[in-house]
Design a protein around this ligand. Sequence first.
Ligand code: NDP
Length: 506
Amino acid sequence: MTLTKKPESRPAPASWGLASGENPWEYAPAPEATDHITLQPEYGLFIGNESRPAKPRKTFTVINPATEEPLAKVAHASKADVGRAVATAKEAHRSSWSKLPGRERAKYLYRIARLMQERSREFAVVESMNSGKPIKESRDVDVPLAAAHFFYYAGWADKLDYAFPHRQPRSLGVAAQVIPWNFPLLMLAWKIAPALAAGNTVILKPASTTPLTAYLFADVVRQADLPPGVVNIITGPGEIGMELVTHPDVAKVAFTGSTAVGKMIARAVAGSGKKVTLELGGKAANIVFDDAPLDQAIEGIINGIYFNQGEVCCAGSRLFVQESVYEPLIDKLKARLGTLRVGDPLDKNTDVGAINSAGQLAKIQELVESGIAEGAEIFQPDCVLPDKGFFFRPTLFTGVSQSHRIAQEEIFGPVLSVLTFRTPEEAIEKANNTPYGLSAGVWTEKGSRIFKMVSAMRAGVVWANTFNRFDPTSPFGGYKESGYGREGGIHGLGAYLDMSGANGTS
Ligand code: NDP
């Protein structure tokens, strides 16, 4: 990685009692075992509970972003494969899944959830190897939350009439689901669990860099003995995603990814009658008032932007600090940044793992260079990055103005832009000055201020005195260029149901 400025190194606080230059944290390596993982050399498309090569047979290679070593080959679906997957899903909806009573669908979902829990170590390790995220996050966040989504929606499967009284909820049919690479398994669960609970069948297209936990999930589908064709997984480039969402037999489209692709999908399916939810980018404001407990806020800021290397659509990438606490907060933040451990995602002590791809790393670097060129002041801890793989130092920019690209554009990396404010009104105006509206955070001791801020922020989720908390029962989604529709909770279930009372199929 190159940067035009040498990272600034800061000594540990005197209260830590260390000699000059002494490294405060020296952990022994604690690598997670990988001997329980068996990756296949090649993964076929998962259609009708069978693994099939693409027709014509074509593959692409998936790598480990922390080592740049190949992990496996996966099938490169063709247009004809998309047709086959949709036909299979349509037939499964007609002949089996839509005919099953909700309590029977629930049993399958509970079974999937339990199998995911049983195989959680396997899922966590494969997720970290393929995405670059630290094992402690895939183990403690992604996998348990993914299983929790299946448990949660299993509970709704036989209660649709109670969830939506007098609305005659019916399944839609075939759902096409295109997901990104930042939370491959969790996004799969966000998409598949409510779709199945509502009685739909699905075709999921994972991101091309991170399909491996989806294929592991395919194995769980087989183990759970789901009727063939209820869950189908196809891999291939973006065009295959477009082919899938525009297929005439697809009734529902769910997409998570960039705003640019979200807009293309919205245009392509406009007027088709398909139900659509889009969960796109963000540039969240994390607002710290002078009465906030600073040490707690520091942890929230760190979790808000450096969790999952900042590759999070709802990341707290713009920090607004009330001027009166600016200096102590920045001092504490820089000291805390110096303790983050960057490196091997499979090491249990790692806080910041690998960026998902060379392309994403280049995008982060370009935006960081723009921040420097536009006059913001960069701070990076002086940590040593591994020789191979796609790594980027946790980065903090001060002296940022609203017009800087790093304050406007989604960086999707471990880069925080710090701005200041004096009054709540100024904080609200600056926080809302973005084309996005996905999430926000407020740190203050005053309950009344929390309510005032929450109602004034144009963001789908506003966290108070915490950040990046997710729960299957809670709806998630955005305003403006962050997309539309909600996932999670009862709202996420409604997105997979026809409640017009006229043309349902189940
Ligand atoms: P994309 O939006 O391109 O990718 C997301 C998913 O959409 C992937 O499965 C991708 O497939 C697929 N896709 C790509 N092009 C099309 C298309 N024309 N029609 C249908 N599906 C398509 O995101 P990128 O990976 O390119 O990331 C770019 C930026 O997007 C990031 O830097 C970040 O700012 C933002 N982003 C936001 C996310 C979020 O959670 N909101 C998640 C990921 C990225 P394939 O992988 O094969 O290209």
